[in-house]
Design a protein around this ligand. Structure first.
Ligand SMILES: *[C@@H]1O[C@H](CO)[C@@H](O)[C@H](O)[C@H]1NC(C)=O
Ligand SMILES: *[C@@H]1O[C@H](CO)[C@@H](O)[C@H](O)[C@H]1NC(C)=O
Ligand SMILES: *[C@@H]1O[C@H](CO)[C@@H](O)[C@H](O)[C@H]1NC(C)=O
Ligand SMILES: *[C@@H]1O[C@H](CO)[C@@H](O)[C@H](O)[C@H]1NC(C)=O
Length: 368
């Protein structure tokens, strides 16, 4: 801070009075102050990355990233670095849908997020609301209004900013999320389709299955597009994590029956399993009973192991092979891009095995 010139006290008082208006002008934390400017360029193919905190972002493949949604603690160093690579950095937006039925609450929430984004020199917001909403309820209309009003406010206040919304793998009231999907997609820059947790509601046989089977994933996009949503409003989300299920029984032909864990009305769910990052699964390969197997029907890899208590487990996940198949569809269908939950699931430790494995996962996002 410079020494106060004459009249400094008066200025101090004045700036104290103006304080609420000045939150947006916190000192730029970047060495090069131009890096605090919002990103205004767009690239043809979006690669949206979810960062959940820590410092592994330093090892991401930044030549591919167009946007980082920061779901961990705000890290100014990440913001400066992303901007130096021409990548946007966006906030996480989460709010109770019941609360935002009140337009005043909605307006206050939006205002607070815009101010926060400005203070932190960020480029938008990714709205992640995974709450149950009934069709044509007050919450249903309020949610569409929230997305529309948030987009308008961000675009006006932060030129070039991006507002996106996370949706389930299919628009068919998955997990009780009956939203106005066309209205939401129309009102924001694009929706991020969470093409994972696709076994969250199982009504058929209660067995372990892939997190994101190929056909089921594609059917979700067909459903969104059939509703009239432009493929350019859809970014495909792929999982960089899998599910580890304890089998009640594991048959010779790899059918793992699992305990009935209900979820939002369905009798059986992936909630019976445990989410595991890709790096951890890859470390289990050598100690597994099976090695990595491939299920041709679901086009997904899996492995089986016995735990220290003697129980059998089946682990379903995605790898470069299953992800490239889906990324190829994203390209053929001319979707807006791809992204993953989440970028910190890979092994960035730098050993040669880890490096190769991690590079292949980033590479798989890029359809050839
Ligand atoms: C969805 O939202 C749009 C935009 O607000 C509106 O025009 C449309 O009628 C809504 N559709 C349904 C089915 O509610
Ligand atoms: C698994 O075994 C192979 C072959 O011995 C070895 O190259 C690889 O590093 C091992 N992987 C891990 C995670 O230990
Ligand atoms: C997947 O979809 C394709 C094309 O619709 C179909 O031919 C194939 O039988 C499906 N596979 C499975 C396992 O459902
Ligand atoms: C990052 O991705 C680009 C484009 O796919 C690729 O050419 C490059 O080798 C990757 N870099 C690393 C360090 O993996």
């Amino acid at each position: 801070m410079d020494r106060l010139p004459s009249g400094g006290v008066a200025r101090l008082l004045l700036s104290a009075l103006l304080l609420p208006l000045r939150v947006g002008s916190a000192a730029c934390p970047c060495q090069d102050p131009t890096l605090c400017n919002p990103i205004t360029t767009t690239r043809d193919f979006e690669i949206l990355v979810f960062d959940v905190g820590g410092k592994t972002w330093k090892f991401y493949n930044w030549t591919q990233i167009t946007t980082v949604a920061t779901f961990g603690k705000y890290d100014p160093e990440l913001m400066c670095y992303a901007h130096s690579k021409g990548s946007r950095v966006v906030l996480k937006g989460e709010v109770s849908v019941k609360a935002i039925v009140d337009p005043a609450v909605r307006a206050a929430w939006i205002n607070q997020k815009v101010e926060l984004a400005k203070t932190q020199y960020m480029d938008g917001i990714n709205i992640d609301i995974e709450q149950e909403v009934n069709k044509f309820s007050a919450e249903y209309y309020a949610l569409t209004a929230l997305v529309k009003e948030t987009t308008e406010a961000f675009h006006k206040e932060i030129p070039g900013s991006q507002v996106t919304f996370d949706v389930a793998w299919s628009p068919e009231c998955i997990d009780g999320r009956c939203y106005n999907y066309t209205g939401i997609a129309d009102s924001c820059d694009f929706v991020f389709v969470m093409s994972y947790d696709e076994q969250s509601q199982v009504w058929s046989e209660c067995i372990a299955r892939a997190n994101a089977p190929y056909n089921q994933t594609l059917a979700g996009y067909d459903n969104y597009i059939r509703l009239g949503i432009n493929p350019k409003k859809l970014v495909m989300g792929v999982p960089w994590y899998g599910y580890d299920y304890t089998c009640l029984d594991l048959s010779k032909d790899h059918v793992c029956s699992i305990s009935k864990t209900p979820f939002r009305g369905a009798p059986c769910s992936d909630a019976a399993g445990r989410q595991v990052p890709y790096k951890k699964i890859m470390n289990q390969e050598n100690s597994s009973l099976s090695g990595i197997l491939w299920d041709e029907e679901q086009k997904a890899p899996f492995l089986e192991y016995k735990d220290s208590h003697g129980a059998f487990h089946q682990v379903w996940f995605d790898d470069p092979r299953s992800i490239s198949l889906k990324a190829a569809y994203a390209k053929d269908r001319a979707l807006r891009g791809v992204g993953m939950w989440n970028a910190d699931c890979l092994d960035y430790s730098g050993s040669s095995v880890a490096q190769e494995q991690t590079q292949a996962m980033w590479e798989a996002l890029k359809p050839n």
